[in-house]
Design a protein around this ligand. Structure first.
Ligand code: SF4
Length: 238
């Protein structure tokens, strides 16, 4: 089904507005471009570039990055892959050794077990090759919708919208969606965003969420979206 080119902003306080997703992405670019020294790479984008879209490394990097700071994750993922280069090697690795390598990442005990188990399943069920179908990815331990969609986008260049905390927060603040959880946000976004923007949406929203539309005290004064943003409009009224 062809998506509408314009999105109706979810705003109860002023007449319904239609806005194009490309305008939102352009405005984010405008704000980000204003800062010369800003890092324009998320951990996943960095991994995608460094590891030449290697699906296994992107999968493991995404599992490890859950609820962890980007700069910390990138460093640890690099260290892990220096020692274990593919699913077979990681599936045979000593669990305690994995733990000692990734111990500075949050939830390292659980994550160590999951990446070892996931590697084992990839070897035994998928012949050592990371599957490129959503359902197969979701069958792996530690892989939820966000991780599976990240692998589709960053490893296989398959259109999907990975919704993490940044994508969820910013979409709701602007008024693109009005949702309570990431799953619902993904459902709504895939209905209203033209598929040609799915591959880039996650990366730019994450950079924006890390630098401008921060979880606490977003930098609204320098944001090019304030003219259309529900959150900003409502804040002004307080
Ligand atoms: S105006 Fe503020 S809340 Fe709205 S998108 Fe920009 S930074 Fe985020």
């Amino acid at each position: 089904m062809k998506k509408k080119s314009s999105i109706k902003l979810q705003n109860n306080n002023r007449p319904q507005e239609l806005i194009k997703i490309e305008n939102i992405l352009d405005k984010m670019e405008t704000t980000l471009n204003y800062f010369e020294n800003l890092s324009r790479l998320t951990a996943l984008k960095e991994l995608q570039t460094e590891e030449d879209n290697d699906p296994f490394k992107i999968l493991i990097g995404t599992i490890l990055s859950a609820r962890s700071r980007d700069e910390n994750t990138s460093k640890i993922v690099r260290k892990l892959f220096q020692k274990y280069k593919n699913a077979l090697e990681l599936s045979n690795a000593d669990l305690n050794d994995i733990k000692s390598i990734i111990h500075s990442i949050g939830f390292y005990n659980t994550k160590s077990e999951r990446i070892k188990q996931a590697s084992k399943i990839i070897v035994e069920k998928f012949h050592g090759i990371v599957p490129s179908e959503l359902e197969d990815l979701l069958s792996l331990p530690g892989v939820g919708r966000k991780t599976a969609n990240c692998v589709l986008v960053y490893a296989f260049n398959k259109p999907a919208i990975p919704v993490d905390t940044h994508v969820h927060r910013i979409s709701n603040r602007i008024g693109i969606v009005k949702t309570q959880d990431v799953k619902k946000t993904e459902e709504e976004l895939i209905k209203i965003v033209d598929k040609k923007y799915w591959l880039i949406l996650n990366n730019i929203f994450v950079i924006y969420g890390q630098n401008i539309c921060l979880p606490i005290r977003p930098k609204c004064q320098i944001c090019s979206l304030k003219g259309i943003c529900n959150f900003y409009t409502n804040q002004k009224k307080i």
